[in-house]
Design a protein. Structure first.
Length: 262
């Protein structure tokens, strides 16, 4: 019994500072905008990039309980430029590639919960099996979903020549707008890969911001062309892993680890 009490005391001594540190990160990391990175949301696929509908609903319910409100990237950009007020705890829900379930599963769910999101489209995949059609994308945009570019062909930009990078960035925007979409202002780097050439091209062609795959929390001091996201794959450890992924981004932000500041 004596040794049990000693062990318990040691555990308490060790756990209290850890608990305090986690609480500090949880609160301090709220100073900024959290961006989550999704791909597919459905109950049919089982690959790494697919979140089940039930898991997605549970994750959004958790964010709601924590006091988060969804905003768009444009909301963030306008707040930064014009001083417009954002919710105290803001989250941006992003979906890469432009899968059809973003229309059939994600959009109705977000609409029912008064939430919004941003979908990044691979322009040359539109209309292909499993991907959104042009009409579906127009419908999404008309109901308040934000639409951005994910290049023309989803090629990692850092593997391309300067001319190829230029084409992927320019042509995707031109095609999407030519098809009748509202002006495309936002961009997602394929595989999170970026370089200075890509950033310069984005600015040249009228984009206002771009998202990476780098973990962190976004503040007005964050480079708008290197916004940081929390990647949410198909989780193996449920909500515990979801919370830890968010905590990792907060940790990177608080400790200033690889934060893309201006």
């Amino acid at each position: 019994m004596k040794y049990y009490k000693i062990l318990l005391a040691v555990c308490l001594i060790i756990s209290l500072p850890i608990a305090g540190a986690l609480l500090y990160l949880q609160q301090k990391g709220n100073d900024g905008v959290l961006i989550l990175e999704y791909h597919k949301v459905n109950n049919d696929d089982n690959d790494e990039y697919t979140t089940s509908v039930n898991d997605f609903e549970e994750q959004l319910a958790y964010l709601t309980r924590q006091g988060y409100k969804t905003i768009s990237i444009m909301d963030f950009v306008r707040a930064k430029k014009y001083g417009e007020k954002l919710p105290a705890k803001s989250v941006i829900l992003t979906f890469d590639d432009g899968y059809e379930d973003n229309y059939t599963d994600v959009m109705p769910f977000l609409k029912d919960h008064a939430m919004k999101g941003t979908v990044f489209i691979i322009a040359n995949d539109v209309g292909q099996p499993g991907y959104l059609s042009w009409q579906q994308i127009k419908d999404m945009q008309s109901t308040g979903m934000e639409i951005g570019s994910h290049t023309a062909n989803h090629l990692p930009l850092t593997t391309l020549s300067a001319g190829e990078i230029d084409s992927e960035i320019k042509l995707s925007k031109l095609l999407m707008e030519w098809k009748g979409l509202k002006t495309i202002y936002f961009f997602s780097y394929p595989n999170g890969a970026y370089n200075i050439t890509a950033e310069q091209d984005l600015k040249q062609y009228g984009y206002l911001a771009a998202v990476t795959g780098d973990p962190g929390i976004n503040k007005f001091s964050t480079d708008p062309f290197l916004l940081q996201r929390t990647y949410i794959p198909r989780l193996r450890f449920g909500m515990t892993e979801f919370k830890l992924r968010i905590l990792k981004s907060k940790l990177y932000s608080v400790l200033n680890i690889k934060q893309n500041k201006l």
